[in-house]
Design a protein around this ligand. Structure first.
Ligand SMILES: [Zn+2]
Length: 256
């Protein structure tokens, strides 16, 4: 059985370890820092088999060099970004067979947060980096609102039961913003209570299912009348389409 475990890094990053209950092999997703990963490998006697990168930001790739000093393993990452440590550049539709973890992941190109960002999805799981967050989405550092809208659309097309493993613990702040956009959305208030309890117990709120995201994440709800009306009010004009709605709420979130 596939097992996915978080390793906490920096203030709020999650590095994900993909493994299997039958073996000690793990693939490491977005090791921004090597130390907590090496510590976990030692503790659990894991055997690293691959590194998967979603995008080039230092808090996602910063630990790769140190890991490679100890383990000669392939590094998969976006072909469209300049990451010197990547040995296997990937494009949309490429498959990544992690034999020892018993899972095959398929690559989605999801530009928006960065120009060449990737997500990896497999049966029941998606690693979304800083593109789709639980209850939010990444800042548009290199991409356009249209690109982010299309990227989120690709992820939203995965099965509703898909668990979303993102790169940061941002859920509570994202939900506070979601509630400001949709004060009448009870699914958001309910999720705030659930996540508050998890955080009080120092538990991750990640992963969440895509079904939960569709009910509460304003960036997946740009087609909903309530989100559109809130964006219209914030912009002080009638927005024409979902991309404009996404652009306005993304900017609104930046200053929230
Ligand atoms: Zn990032």
């Amino acid at each position: 059985m596939v097992e996915i475990k978080p390793v906490k890094a920096f203030r709020d990053n999650y590095i994900w370890l993909i493994g299997s209950s039958e073996s000690h092999h793990v693939a490491i997703v977005d090791p921004g820092d090597a130390s907590p990963v090496l510590e976990r490998i030692r503790e659990q006697e894991f055997s690293p088999m691959a590194i998967l990168l979603t995008h080039h930001h230092p808090d996602h790739v910063g630990g790769v060099g140190k890991l490679l000093e100890q383990y000669k393993i392939p590094v998969y990452g976006p072909a469209a970004e300049d990451i010197p440590s990547v040995t296997h550049p990937l494009r949309e539709g490429d498959n990544l067979i992690l034999t020892n973890a018993g899972i095959t992941l398929t690559v989605l190109e999801v530009p928006g947060h960065t120009a060449g960002a990737l997500a990896y999805h497999g049966p029941g799981v998606a690693f979304t980096g800083d593109t789709l967050f639980t209850a939010g989405c990444g800042r548009l550092f290199e991409g356009t609102p249209a690109q982010m809208h299309s990227s989120l659309g690709k992820l939203a097309a995965l099965p509703d039961s898909t668990k979303i493993y993102c790169g940061h613990e941002y859920t509570m702040a994202n939900l506070a913003f979601a509630l400001a956009v949709e004060p009448g959305n009870h699914a958001i208030s309910y999720r705030i209570e659930t996540c508050r309890k998890l955080r009080e117990a120092d538990q991750p709120t990640v992963p969440a299912t895509l079904a939960e995201e569709k009910l509460t994440n304003p960036f997946l709800r740009t087609g909903e009348v309530s989100v559109k009306q809130a964006a219209n009010r914030h912009a002080g004009r009638q927005l024409e389409n979902e991309i404009d709605v996404l652009a306005v709420i993304r900017q609104w979130k930046d200053t929230f």
